[in-house]
Design a protein. Structure first.
Length: 229
């Protein structure tokens, strides 16, 4: 793969800078594996345990703890401004607008890419952050009541909605970016109670099972998608 990238770069007159290139090695083998070094312009690339791309932190074990920690740290800093706006006696509508555009936006960023893979304790950390924000806007109210008063969709429900919306968009649009990654449709004509919509591979690990595409395929197996032919 590295050789293909370098060949493509040469053919398209793109100069790779080895000082700005990073190598991330991912292996779940119980035994240590030897990897050939990736060399660009005679310089071996440095191997990183974590890298950040487009604002998302990736690890060599495909865990999301470092990314969620950064999200919580960044959003928590903005709670201070929410407190100051509350003390300035801004109307509730303005406080909700600030929360949705400056805090919730940070939490929601790129969420479909990793939400299905998040363990429950990391999802709970994000919900706890939202509870802190809503308790500032509506002190004394419990979380569910606050979401109804402020007309804010609960965080986990909204994240599930975003994932489902992206998946349905990929199914409905043949030209969608991730359309080629989707499994084939199940064309069997048997009238079964639980008819499978997709020919999904059997996942042997939870890590694979909880990836975005497999997770949504399994959760929406009986959904009647529009005909795209």
């Amino acid at each position: 793969m590295a050789n293909k990238v370098m060949s493509w770069s040469s053919e398209n007159i793109v100069q790779l800078n080895p000082d700005k290139c990073k190598e991330l090695r991912t292996s779940f083998s119980n035994q240590p594996r030897a990897f050939y070094p990736v060399v660009v312009d005679g310089k071996e690339l440095y191997v990183f345990d974590t890298v950040e791309r487009l604002g998302v932190t990736l690890t060599n074990q495909l865990t999301w703890n470092p990314h969620i920690e950064k999200v919580i740290k960044k959003a928590s800093k903005r709670l201070y401004f929410l407190v100051q706006l509350k003390r300035a006696k801004l109307p509730i509508e303005a406080l909700v607008l600030f929360y949705m555009t400056c805090i919730r936006y940070v939490i929601d960023y790129a969420i479909p890419a990793f939400y299905c893979s998040l363990p429950q304790y990391l999802k709970s950390e994000l919900v706890r952050l939202e509870k802190r924000a809503l308790s500032i806007i509506t002190p004394g109210q419990d979380y569910q009541t606050a979401t109804k008063i402020l007309n804010v969709k609960p965080l986990q429900d909204y994240h599930e909605h975003l994932c489902e919306k992206l998946f349905k968009a990929a199914i409905s649009d043949p030209t969608h970016k991730i359309g080629k990654l989707l499994p084939t449709r199940n064309e069997a004509n048997y009238d079964l109670r639980n008819k499978r919509t997709f020919n999904v591979l059997r996942a042997r690990t939870n890590r694979l099972k909880n990836t975005f595409i497999l997770a949504k395929c399994n959760s929406l197996q009986n959904y009647n998608f529009p005909n795209t032919s």
